[in-house]
Unconditional design. Structure first.
Length: 144
Protein backbone atom coordinates (compact mmCIF):
# COMPACT_ATOMS: atom_id res chain seq x y z
CA UNK A 1 0.00 0.00 0.00
CA UNK A 2 1.28 3.49 -0.85
CA UNK A 3 2.33 5.69 2.08
CA UNK A 4 -0.27 8.36 1.38
CA UNK A 5 -2.99 5.71 1.33
CA UNK A 6 -1.80 4.24 4.63
CA UNK A 7 -1.86 7.63 6.30
CA UNK A 8 -5.26 8.48 4.80
CA UNK A 9 -6.78 5.17 5.95
CA UNK A 10 -5.55 5.75 9.51
CA UNK A 11 -6.80 9.34 9.32
CA UNK A 12 -10.24 8.07 8.24
CA UNK A 13 -10.27 5.54 11.09
CA UNK A 14 -9.24 8.27 13.54
CA UNK A 15 -12.09 10.48 12.36
CA UNK A 16 -14.49 7.65 13.20
CA UNK A 17 -13.24 7.98 16.78
CA UNK A 18 -14.14 11.64 17.04
CA UNK A 19 -15.93 10.77 20.29
CA UNK A 20 -12.42 10.70 21.77
CA UNK A 21 -12.45 14.47 21.69
CA UNK A 22 -15.41 14.57 24.11
CA UNK A 23 -15.01 11.95 26.82
CA UNK A 24 -16.12 11.02 30.27
CA UNK A 25 -13.92 9.25 32.80
CA UNK A 26 -15.81 6.03 32.07
CA UNK A 27 -14.98 6.03 28.36
CA UNK A 28 -11.40 7.33 28.54
CA UNK A 29 -9.65 3.95 28.82
CA UNK A 30 -11.69 2.46 25.97
CA UNK A 31 -10.87 5.40 23.74
CA UNK A 32 -7.17 5.20 24.61
CA UNK A 33 -7.20 1.51 23.62
CA UNK A 34 -8.68 2.46 20.24
CA UNK A 35 -6.09 5.18 19.71
CA UNK A 36 -3.33 2.73 20.65
CA UNK A 37 -4.61 0.30 18.00
CA UNK A 38 -4.64 3.06 15.39
CA UNK A 39 -1.14 4.31 16.15
CA UNK A 40 0.23 0.75 16.23
CA UNK A 41 -1.43 0.00 12.89
CA UNK A 42 0.12 3.15 11.43
CA UNK A 43 3.60 2.16 12.60
CA UNK A 44 3.20 -1.45 11.39
CA UNK A 45 1.85 -0.44 7.98
CA UNK A 46 4.44 2.29 7.40
CA UNK A 47 7.20 -0.13 8.43
CA UNK A 48 5.93 -2.71 5.94
CA UNK A 49 5.52 -0.17 3.13
CA UNK A 50 9.01 1.19 3.73
CA UNK A 51 10.53 -2.31 3.96
CA UNK A 52 11.91 -1.72 7.45
CA UNK A 53 13.75 -4.65 9.07
CA UNK A 54 11.25 -4.58 11.95
CA UNK A 55 8.45 -5.49 9.55
CA UNK A 56 10.45 -8.49 8.32
CA UNK A 57 11.16 -9.61 11.89
CA UNK A 58 7.48 -9.23 12.85
CA UNK A 59 6.48 -11.27 9.82
CA UNK A 60 8.92 -14.06 10.73
CA UNK A 61 7.81 -14.04 14.38
CA UNK A 62 4.15 -13.96 13.47
CA UNK A 63 3.44 -10.54 14.96
CA UNK A 64 4.63 -7.32 16.49
CA UNK A 65 5.71 -6.65 20.06
CA UNK A 66 6.44 -3.41 21.88
CA UNK A 67 10.19 -3.60 21.24
CA UNK A 68 9.71 -3.94 17.48
CA UNK A 69 7.21 -1.09 17.49
CA UNK A 70 9.64 1.11 19.46
CA UNK A 71 12.45 0.34 17.02
CA UNK A 72 10.20 1.00 14.02
CA UNK A 73 9.12 4.35 15.49
CA UNK A 74 12.77 5.38 15.84
CA UNK A 75 13.48 4.43 12.22
CA UNK A 76 10.39 6.32 11.05
CA UNK A 77 11.69 9.45 12.78
CA UNK A 78 14.88 9.16 10.71
CA UNK A 79 13.01 8.40 7.50
CA UNK A 80 10.64 11.33 7.91
CA UNK A 81 13.57 13.79 8.01
CA UNK A 82 14.02 13.75 11.75
CA UNK A 83 10.40 14.63 12.40
CA UNK A 84 9.86 13.84 16.05
CA UNK A 85 6.08 14.11 15.69
CA UNK A 86 5.57 10.36 15.54
CA UNK A 87 8.00 9.77 18.42
CA UNK A 88 6.27 12.40 20.54
CA UNK A 89 2.88 10.77 19.91
CA UNK A 90 4.26 7.32 20.67
CA UNK A 91 5.83 8.53 23.93
CA UNK A 92 2.67 10.41 24.90
CA UNK A 93 0.60 7.29 24.23
CA UNK A 94 2.69 5.26 26.66
CA UNK A 95 2.64 8.03 29.23
CA UNK A 96 -1.17 7.97 29.12
CA UNK A 97 -1.37 4.19 28.89
CA UNK A 98 0.54 3.70 32.14
CA UNK A 99 -1.68 6.05 34.16
CA UNK A 100 -4.23 4.50 36.49
CA UNK A 101 -6.58 7.45 36.34
CA UNK A 102 -7.09 8.98 32.95
CA UNK A 103 -8.15 12.56 32.60
CA UNK A 104 -10.62 12.79 29.70
CA UNK A 105 -9.04 16.11 28.69
CA UNK A 106 -5.65 14.38 28.26
CA UNK A 107 -7.19 11.83 25.89
CA UNK A 108 -8.88 14.60 23.91
CA UNK A 109 -5.57 16.44 23.63
CA UNK A 110 -3.85 13.24 22.51
CA UNK A 111 -6.55 12.70 19.88
CA UNK A 112 -5.76 16.18 18.53
CA UNK A 113 -2.01 15.42 18.61
CA UNK A 114 -2.63 12.31 16.49
CA UNK A 115 -4.56 14.35 13.94
CA UNK A 116 -1.69 16.85 13.74
CA UNK A 117 0.87 14.05 13.42
CA UNK A 118 -1.04 12.52 10.50
CA UNK A 119 -1.12 15.89 8.72
CA UNK A 120 2.65 16.26 9.15
CA UNK A 121 3.34 12.71 7.94
CA UNK A 122 1.06 13.18 4.94
CA UNK A 123 2.81 16.42 4.01
CA UNK A 124 6.30 14.93 4.43
CA UNK A 125 5.49 11.71 2.57
CA UNK A 126 4.27 13.65 -0.44
CA UNK A 127 7.40 15.81 -0.72
CA UNK A 128 9.74 15.20 -3.65
CA UNK A 129 12.72 14.77 -1.33
CA UNK A 130 10.94 12.07 0.63
CA UNK A 131 9.77 10.27 -2.52
CA UNK A 132 13.33 10.27 -3.92
CA UNK A 133 14.75 9.01 -0.62
CA UNK A 134 12.10 6.27 -0.46
CA UNK A 135 12.84 5.08 -4.02
CA UNK A 136 16.59 4.97 -3.26
CA UNK A 137 16.01 2.99 -0.05
CA UNK A 138 13.75 0.54 -1.84
CA UNK A 139 16.32 0.01 -4.60
CA UNK A 140 19.08 -0.64 -2.05
CA UNK A 141 16.95 -3.18 -0.17
CA UNK A 142 16.29 -5.12 -3.37
CA UNK A 143 19.99 -5.50 -4.17
CA UNK A 144 21.54 -8.82 -3.06
Amino acid sequence: MELGNIITSIETALNKHSRCSELTKETSRQCLESLYQLLSALVENLAAALNLPEADIAKKRGGWNIELLDDAVERLVDIFDGSSTILNCWDRLWELYLKRELDPRSISEFYNELQSMLRVLKMKSSSNTFQKHHRERSALRRQP
